[in-house]
Design a protein around this ligand. Sequence first.
Ligand SMILES: [Zn+2]
Length: 313
Amino acid sequence: MLILLVSVEAPKALNTKTPLFTRASFQMPLKAGAVQFDAGMMHPDISAVTVQTCDVQTEDYCIANGHFIFQEPVDPLYADPLAKNYKYASNDNGKRETHRGVDFSAAVHTPVLAAEDGEVVFAGMEKSKTHSPWVNYYGNFIVIRHANELYTLYAHLSRIDVEAGQAVQAGEVIGGVGRTGAAIGPHLHFEVRRGANGENFYSTENPELWLVLEKDGNGEAYGALSIQFDAGLNRKVQRNLVVEYYPTGSKTPETVIHTYTYPVGFENNQEDAVLSNLQPGRYRIVVSGSEGVRDRWVYVESGMLTKVYMSPR
Ligand SMILES: [Zn+2]
């Protein structure tokens, strides 16, 4: 089995205490061919941003507004923002079920917050396999319906403070972090789903495409990168993916991220990999598979989503 862990390594010449993504002070000219789109995003109106005009199959790559509209469901003061080593679509080297959300590690009873305004459509324990293929997989969990048939799911809760039918507002406390169901330790498992009343286990989207981007020490937002491959719907072939950050003028990468593309079971997802909270700047994407090695250069901008399509030849 392929390991789907994400690891980040710093080149040996760097002080290992260098922050993962430090803010560099330089302008980022768009590469020729990059197209800047304004999808008219206005938080918290979800419907205003769902029309995505970026066609990655005809553009070299696009820098779009994205839809980073869901606030973090656990206060960043109390939680690791995202599980760095058990990302969306990971299976922890085959040891765990393929991950359909992201995890926020936090102490039991840490408040869990609604990611956006919405209506609770499920709150309790799973009595039958309504939301997953396994009974009691999620323990105590909540599903909230938002605009545009989007749903967020909050699992392994220690307690539930809301009930089905209740309207909630973004940031409202809905429960507590726990370890009920199939949880190794206390954490919040957070999913984004679309359609089917939030009950389709396979209709998840990568939360890194939806959660508000974090900010650096100067209050400037990081950026995100979405990568789609030509054979994106054939996820039988998992590809090694390396994403390198190059400071302006540098011929060597300052940061190297190792990850893998989505496996079988993610056919509902348009893209093959997502990386969020990236230091803005110049990146090289290297993908290797049975068809060989390919690479592409792109820019990532503060608060924006860079979308790139890679064909094999
Ligand atoms: Zn999880």
